[in-house]
Each structure stands twice: as structure tokens, then as C-alpha cells.
Design a protein. Structure first.
Length: 492
């Protein structure tokens, strides 16, 4: 049902002009036979009186449509040439002229003479014009679409496809320096995948990064340990170029090693080193490495903790390394070891070294669970300079042996040292400060100490000669001691 006349009932009939009972018949029109004349309608269409009010601008047009002149203003059609053509009346047009006014006003209405015609309710002006406008718009739109289709096909290397490709402007492929993509693009050419093959056939894959322009590569000790003595080491850059390398020095306790490329390229770009002491929990991180051998992998996360005490081993029963680590939730997996942990600005703040896993057995390797640990770069840089200069590490010490039990109550000074030696070295830093076997160290400066590994990790963040304060318990009483750190050279 049309809603065009809703709300106008009872007013449309009064607004309509008077109309003749039947359309006027042209003077020369042929007469219809009585049997051909359909019966007159017994009553008008009920909807014919539901007409729409006419606006003043529409009234002249409506009047022309409703009241046709008695005398035709055009020549009547020629009479039929044969009996077959003499059927009368001819079929009316699809849209009667008097219904829409699309062809002007005053024209005769085709229909049998003597048949009364009930006029339609006046319609809004321009119905026929709207049809014409839609048709023109369709043609114009079709022309525009055709032109665009021709342009697209013509600009597609003659392939005939009308697909429009995005611009390949090199400027569009650049990334802002502060984005992860920008940092990764700048850092990747300075990160290498290290392949270490031992003389006994053992080996593995790890990561390292360019430390200086002389060709030194910084990585983890456990990455290169299997090939350090009689194996083969290679470093592959992100562009696929591979170089042989050799070990300059390694520190097992710090889990740091320095390699040097043989015949290094002249275009080396060392990664900038940041300040790990200024890192804050929540800072963004970017890790680059070769997890499970997948070189040039970039992952992101945040610093989730600082000064995390970590004791990690090489998985082969060797001596542990200890660190006061940066903890990150960036995805770290086997193969990321030795790779850089970057700040959001692209500076190295740590060396990815260990992961927390749910356990592994045999040759299987556990994956990331969101707990990765990195050696703070301030510590790693100090160790690297020592290794480049002397080939061996230097460790700060207190001159006392502590238990490695993780009891949570502190670091307990053992009853005796390794190989039956004294637990507190004679004339060592701890002895000079008055410490004895059985004392429980609970603080290192302002850091709470809950175990022996935590104490060692904190000591190794300092240098020989540094002055530190130890808080300890003896016979239930708490005391403090001022200690000047000593040194130990080498890992033996």
C-alpha cells in the first residue's frame, strides 16, 4: 500500500478541480461498436477520493492535467488500413499522459467514447521528470564508471585487469625511528646468528651483536662454550653473509663471551649501548635473536622486573652463572641467547641469557612462558672490556663461601670452603670486616638477600675495590659490616 497520501483523507476530494465525466473524443475519431464498449463502472474507485493536497507551485500543472480542452491540439492518428488493424480502442500507453503530466498538459485521453473516467488523485509534481533524472544519473554514473575502468585497465601494464594497485613509493615503505619496525630495521644489520660446532660434534645456535668497529661480537658464554677450544664458530649477518670467528675471551660466571670476526667487513655498525641502571619496570623492550634457529626474529615486551636474582647453567652440568637480571616478558626462546635486549630507542640494555620454563627432559626444549632474563648491559660492558683487554674475567669477591641453598632466610656463610679450605679466607675482605662461618647475610647495601645465589649476583654487579655494607645475623642479633670488595681473576 502506498503511503503517499497518508494523513490527507477527507481533504483531497475537496481540493480536486471538476473533471468531465468522460474524456473528450476527437472530432474524427472512429465510433466504437456497442458490443465493443465495456460496461460503465457502477461506482468510483474508493481510493480515487484519497487525494494529496496540492501545493501552490503544483496547482497550475495539476489543473492542466485534470481539465483537458475540448478541442484536440494535435492531429488524430490515421484510420486503420485493414480490418485486422481496426480494433478499437488501441491499447493505452504504459503511463497515461494525464496521470503524470510528463508530456505536458491538454492532450486527449485515449479510451472508448462514452466510458466515464474516474480521475486519479493528484500526484506530486515531477514524477515523470524524476524517472528521467534517474535515467540520466544512471547514464552519467555509467559513463564515469566506464572511464575509471578504462583508466585502471590502461594503467595496469596492459594485463587487462581493472584492479587498482597501491602506490609503491619507496617513501611509503619507511618506518619512523621510534617505532618497533624502525628500531628493528636499524638494529638487524648489526645482529648475527652464531653457529658453534664442537670438535666432538656437539654444537648449537645462538645470537650475538656487533660491539665495536674492530669486529668484536658480544654474546653469552654458553652459546660458544662447546666450540671454544677446538670447534668452529661462524657468524651470519641478516644479509646472509657469513664470517668465521674466534673466541677472544669468555667469563663463565658472568655468562659473557667476546668473539672476533676473521676478516671483518669495513661497514660494521656497532649497536649503541644504553644505561641499564636507568631502566624502569614497564619500559618497552625489543628482543632480537634466532629462537630455535629462526634467524632475525624480533619480539617485543616490557621490563617486568629488575634486580632479579638468577642462577643459570648450560644444561650440561657445568658451573652456574649468577646475575642480578633484567626480567622481560618479551618472547625469549632457546637460540635467543646472546642477543640484544633493546630499549624503545634502540639502545642495548641487556644480553638475553636465560628463560624460566616449566621443565625439560632429554633433548626437548621448553619454550617461552613470558619470563626471560637478561644480563644488564652495564655489567656486560665491564666484563667485555676486561675480556678484550686481558682475555680473562675479573670477579669482585668478599672472601667467604656461602651455601647455595635457597632457604629464603639469607645467605649462610658455610662451615668450610671448597676442597676443605676455610670458609672465610684469612685476611680477606669478610675476615677483615669481622664476619665468621655461620653468619647469615640478609642485606647487601639496601637489597634484601634471601639466598647465596642472590648475594653472588649482587656482588658481581660491582667492581673490585667498591665499598659495600653487609647486614647479617649472628646468634639472633643483627649487625652490619663495611666490606671493601676484593678480586679474583679467571674462572678456575
Amino acid at each position: 500500500m502506498s503511503t503517499e497520501n497518508e494523513g490527507n483523507e477527507g481533504t483531497a476530494a475537496e481540493a480536486a478541480p471538476s473533471v468531465p465525466s468522460a474524456p473528450p473524443v476527437p472530432a474524427d475519431a472512429p465510433q466504437a461498436h456497442p458490443e465493443d464498449t465495456p460496461p460503465a463502472a457502477s461506482h468510483p474507485d474508493a481510493t480515487a477520493t484519497q487525494q494529496q493536497p496540492v501545493s501552490p507551485a503544483q496547482e497550475p500543472e495539476t489543473a492542466r492535467m485534470a481539465a483537458a480542452p475540448a478541442t484536440p491540439q494535435y492531429a488524430p492518428p490515421a484510420p486503420p488500413h485493414s480490418a485486422a488493424d481496426a480494433g478499437w480502442p488501441p491499447p493505452p500507453p504504459a503511463v497515461p499522459a494525464y496521470a503524470h503530466g510528463a508530456h505536458g498538459g491538454g492532450g486527449p485521453v485515449w479510451g472508448p467514447p462514452g466510458v466515464p473516467h474516474t480521475p486519479e488523485a493528484p500526484r506530486k509534481r515531477g514524477a515523470g521528470g524524476l524517472v528521467a533524472a534517474v535515467a540520466v544519473a544512471a547514464l552519467v554514473a555509467g559513463g564515469i564508471g566506464g572511464a575509471l575502468g578504462y583508466w585502471a585497465a590502461d594503467s595496469n601494464d596492459g594485463s587487462g585487469s581493472t584492479t587498482v594497485s597501491a602506490s609503491a613509493n619507496p617513501q611509503d615503505l619507511k618506518r619512523d625511528p621510534g617505532t618497533v619496525a624502525g628500531v628493528a630495521a636499524k638494529a638487524l644489520p648489526s645482529v648475527v646468528t652464531i653457529d658453534a660446532q664442537g670438535g666432538d660434534g656437539e654444537g648449537g645456535t645462538g645470537t650475538g651483536f656487533v660491539y665495536d668497529r674492530e669486529g668484536h661480537i658480544l654474546t653469552n658464554n654458553h652459546v660458544v662454550a662447546s666450540a671454544a677450544d677446538s670447534g668452529q664458530l661462524t657468524a651470519t649477518f641478516s644479509n646472509g653473509k657469513k664470517y668465521d670467528a674466534e673466541v677472544v675471551g669468555r667469563a663463565q660466571g658472568y655468562d659473557v663471551a667476546v668473539l672476533k670476526l676473521k676478516n671483518p667487513p669495513k661497514s660494521l655498525n656497532p649497536l649503541p649501548l644504553g644505561n641499564s641502571d636507568q631502566v624502569a619496570v614497564g619500559d618497552s623492550t625489543i628482543a632480537i635473536g634466532a629462537p630455535f634457529g629462526l634467524s632475525n626474529t624480533v619480539t617485543t615486551g616490557i621490563i617486568s622486573a629488575k634486580n632479579r636474582p638468577v642462577a643459570s647453567g648450560d644444561g650440561n652440568g657445568g658451573s652456574n652463572s649468577y646475575m642480578s637480571a633484567l626480567q622481560t616478558d618479551a618472547s625469549i626462546n632457546p637460540g635467543n641467547s646472546g642477543g640484544p635486549l633493546l630499549s624503545s630507542g634502540g639502545a642495548v640494555i641487556g644480553i638475553n641469557s636465560a628463560i624460566q620454563s616449566t621443565g625439560s627432559s632429554g633433548q626437548s626444549q621448553a619454550g617461552s612462558i613470558g619470563l626471560g632474563f637478561a644480563i644488564p648491559i652495564n655489567q656486560a660492558r665491564t666484563v667485555a672490556e676486561q675480556l678484550i683487554k686481558t682475555g680473562q674475567p675479573v670477579y669482585p669477591v668478599i672472601g667467604a663461601t656461602v651455601t647455595m641453598d635457597d632457604q629464603g632466610g639469607g645467605a649462610v656463610i658455610s662451615d668450610q670452603g671448597a676442597g676443605g679450605t676455610e670458609a672465610v679466607s684469612k685476611d680477606g675482605p669478610a675476615a677483615k670486616a669481622g664476619l665468621r662461618a655461620g653468619d647469615v647475610i640478609t642485606k647487601f647495601n639496601d637489597t634484601v638477600v634471601d639466598s647465596g645465589p642472590t648475594l653472588i649476583g649482587e656482588i658481581w654487579t660491582h667492581k673490585p675495590g667498591d665499598h659495600v655494607t653487609l647486614t647479617y645475623k649472628r646468634d639472633g642479633k643483627t649487625a652490619t659490616a663495611e666490606v671493601t670488595l676484593g678480586e679474583r681473576k679467571g674462572d678456575s
